[in-house]
Design a binder for this molecule. Structure first.
Ligand SMILES: Cc1ncc(COP(=O)(O)O)c(C=O)c1O
Length: 372
């Protein structure tokens, strides 16, 4: 089956590098290369200066995989494969799913989390986050259980969640793992926004540590503010999957960019510092967003995120949300992602909390509202 265009990415491709303000990016203010190099230990700087721009090891630089494995408890470096995050989703789905498989995926979602499976010929059931009246999100575990069939092969989750900023309670995660184990499911867990929990006690353990058929997807694009490196990874306890992924990766990128691997290594060695910096930006922006949405209660319902760098509030104005986004773009040069790009009904839109100029972007939305 042909793969459908990635709506969100096509929308970004149209405007991301042309408009003045982005209200909806999912990443944090990117670090500059100098900032990363300034954090480097002398050993890493030696690696950087002596770097040969050759092909690299397909599975990922061993030193980098060793540093990644330190993020987990039950994952040795051999059980990690490094690839661009989006590539990693593609590789995992292409190798583990076959036509006719049933896949349950959290919804709304980053499109590739369900579209790749659909294009393979899988049947997809959405497990949908529901908006409550009080600006909160809800997931129903009974609904998840009811959607599982004898053909269900994979459950796809993503917490902290894009686009709502919702995250599960530990008991809910345990219940999901219980269901996955009972039904023998592969549990694909997109953990790209992990480490960006506002309350450290809300941080969930990675799936790959908790479940023998779990896969954790992570990377440096969001929590580490380094999307330009294109470094992500899959981690799992299942040995056979690593072999399959490596065989498939020969048809995608073969190996990772040599400079990206060293810069990624330096970033991981400075995890606490980088994550603290990003959480500081997010907290400051959360305060601005809360103030903005409380000052405009008649036009919006604010849905406070629990973790990550994004929120998914609702537009209450008379127009459709796409029209609101289009007008703000044309009149104030602010790009806003409407919820329809996630196939989500209603009038939600995404707000990115990771960029330093969010208050300015909101100021321009306020100007648009004034002349309405
Ligand atoms: C939930 C989620 N997973 C995966 C990705 C892919 O990351 P990258 O764009 O760095 O490949 C994104 C990017 O927005 C995302 O939001």
């Amino acid at each position: 089956m042909p793969i459908d265009p990635f709506k969100l990415e096509r929308y970004f491709a149209q405007y991301e590098f042309k408009v003045k303000y982005l209200l909806s990016p999912s990443d944090c203010e990117s670090l500059k290369m100098d900032e990363v190099l300034q954090m480097a230990s002398s050993a890493s700087l030696d690696l950087w200066h002596g770097l040969s721009l050759s092909y690299t090891e397909s599975q990922g630089l061993p030193l980098l995989r060793a540093e990644i494995a330190r993020l987990y408890q039950n994952i040795p470096p051999e059980q990690v494969i490094v690839a661009a995050p989006e590539e990693a989703i593609f590789v995992a789905m292409q190798t583990l799913l076959t036509p006719g498989d049933h896949v349950v995926a959290v919804s709304p979602a980053y499109q590739s989390l369900h579209e790749i499976a659909r294009s393979i010929g899988c049947e997809i059931t959405n497990w949908t986050l529901q908006p409550g009246r009080n600006g909160s999100w809800h997931l129903n575990l009974e609904q998840l259980e009811a959607s599982l069939t004898a053909r269900t092969r994979m459950l796809v989750i993503n917490f902290p969640h894009n686009p709502t900023g919702y995250t599960l309670a530990r008991a809910e995660l345990d219940a999901i793992i219980g269901l996955a184990r009972k039904h023998g499911l592969i549990l694909f867990s997109d953990e790209m926004y992990r480490l960006l929990e506002y309350d450290p006690s809300a941080q969930l353990p990675p799936i790959c540590d908790l479940y023998e058929k779990g896969i954790s997807l992570s990377g440096l694009s969001k929590s580490f503010a380094l999307p330009g490196l294109r470094i992500g990874w899959l981690a799992t306890q299942e040995k056979a999957w690593i072999e399959r992924w490596l065989a498939f990766k020969d048809y995608t990128t073969i190996c990772n960019g040599a400079p990206s691997e060293i810069l990624g290594l330096i970033a991981l060695q400075n995890k606490e510092r980088i994550v603290r910096r990003n959480l500081d930006i997010i907290r400051t922006n959360l305060a601005s967003a809360e103030q903005f949405f409380s000052e405009h209660e008649r036009q919006f319902t604010w849905f406070a995120p629990r973790a990550g760098s994004i929120a998914f509030p609702e537009w209450l104005g008379g127009e459709q949300v796409e029209q609101f986004c289009q007008e703000v773009l044309e009149q104030q040069a602010v790009m806003i992602v409407p919820g329809s790009l996630f196939d989500f009904p209603g009038k939600h839109f995404r707000v990115g909390l990771g960029r330093r100029n969010l208050p300015e972007a909101l100021e321009h939305v306020a100007r648009y509202l004034k002349v309405l």
